[in-house]
Write a protein that binds this ligand. Structure first.
Ligand SMILES: NC(=O)c1ccc[n+]([C@@H]2O[C@H](COP(=O)([O-])OP(=O)(O)OC[C@H]3O[C@@H](n4cnc5c(N)ncnc54)[C@H](OP(=O)(O)O)[C@@H]3O)[C@@H](O)[C@H]2O)c1
Length: 344
């Protein structure tokens, strides 16, 4: 299928996963981009609407076997990698060699230090790419993203935690080393591959903590907050699996830097930080909740001062602002489109 000349030609790798499906759904309605090819693993080839019947009439593409020749023939501008970590970095050098710009959904290019990546994941096979990658949180790195050839789309939990925390650490209102991030995620956060843990009777009506003190998104949050604020940030991150399909909510506890910090002061700083940011809504009317952001690219944040503690709340859709529509926001910046194009 030939894309209109002025449209960004996008290929997806890993289109049959949950995040890939959302990218297809949203890009089908994007006025300035068109998906021209979808690639996936050997065991999952075929029409996309066979994997996701909801795509019927929206996407006529089939998921194909990946090859350099097949990608080259598409003359694409951008590759979106919706594959697991380790798999992503096996594709990036080839895609870059073919002249494509890349947005990677996985963790492979998020931690800037290869040794740190190896500590939490595995040895890195593309250190040159790692050195070049830009962290794709548009609210803080828009200028760098616009020029980047390789963007590391942030993790869902880090997006949800960093957006409320960064302005308050930056303004010196909370201590950067006494933060506890308590979070819940819907089950799509674990991807589509079935496992006993994701089996319906295990997840339904069951709210469960995991990853105590060792979740891989913790070093990502610390790195990004330290980079943004210039203040060495350390935190404890405690995730939970919640019996819902999609959605993410953080309740974050921090200590104010002085007794003079007021709730109004905290709120003003958040409002000033995000007044020009289309997808971060600072709420004072209601506390953030997963249903208020479901199926959108919004992250809602709010702050309270309770018993001498700063309590922050944030909510987003893990598959969207936590993954696919955040990647589209990055694509818009990379191709000089208004950040909001095709998004809400
Ligand atoms: N889900 C979320 O909320 C979320 C949020 C933020 C970031 N992410 C990241 O986004 C990426 C995709 O997540 P997801 O939830 O969509 O996972 P998923 O549902 O498991 O999808 C991953 C897709 O990649 C395919 N794949 C695996 N190995 C491949 C290979 N060698 N070549 C081509 N395709 C391959 C998988 O096929 P098989 O199933 O056949 O292996 C599957 O279709 C991950 O890196 C994840 O960490 C996800």
């Amino acid at each position: 299928m030939k894309a209109a000349k002025d449209k960004i030609r996008v290929v997806l790798v890993g289109g049959s996963g949950y995040a890939g499906y959302e990218a297809l759904r949203w890009l089908a309605r994007h006025p300035s981009a068109e998906v021209v090819g979808v690639f996936g693993p050997e065991n999952e080839l075929g029409p996309m609407d066979r994997f996701y019947p909801l795509l019927s009439g929206q996407c006529v593409l089939s998921q194909e076997r990946f090859s350099e020749q097949a990608v080259a023939a598409l003359k694409a501008d951008l590759a979106m990698l919706c594959v697991p970590h380790k798999v992503a970095m096996s594709y990036v050098p080839t895609l870059r060699k073919l002249g494509l710009r890349v947005i990677d959904w996985s963790a492979d290019y998020r931690l800037t230090d290869a040794a740190e990546y190896e500590k939490w994941y595995c040895p890195h096979t593309d250190p040159a790419g790692l050195a070049e990658a830009v962290y794709g949180l548009p609210e803080y790195f828009a200028k760098q993203i616009a020029k980047a050839d390789l963007v590391a789309n942030p993790g869902c939990y880090p997006t949800c935690a960093v957006l409320p925390l960064a302005p308050l650490i930056q303004a010196g209102l909370i201590l950067p080393d006494e933060i506890v991030v308590n979070a819940i995620s819907g089950v799509t956060g674990a991807g589509r591959a079935p496992s006993p843990k994701q089996h319906f009777p295990e997840r339904n009506e069951n709210f469960e903590p995991y990853g105590v003190g060792n979740h891989r998104h913790m070093p990502e949050m610390e790195q990004v907050l330290t980079t943004i604020t210039g203040k060495e940030t350390t935190l404890l991150f405690q995730p939970h699996l919640c019996p819902m399909d999609r959605g993410m909510l953080c309740t974050i506890f921090a200590r104010p830097t002085s007794d003079d910090v007021t709730q109004l002061h905290l709120l003003n700083v958040l409002q000033a930080a995000y007044s020009n940011m289309p997808f971060v809504r600072v709420r004072n009317d209601v506390l953030p909740a997963t249903k208020y952001v479901a199926n959108t690219n919004y992250c809602d944040v709010a702050v309270r001062l309770a018993k001498g503690r700063v309590v922050l709340f944030s909510a987003l859709d893990n598959l969207l602002k936590g993954a696919s529509t955040q990647a589209i926001q990055n694509m818009n910046l990379m191709f000089n489109l208004p950040e909001t194009t095709g998004l809400y």
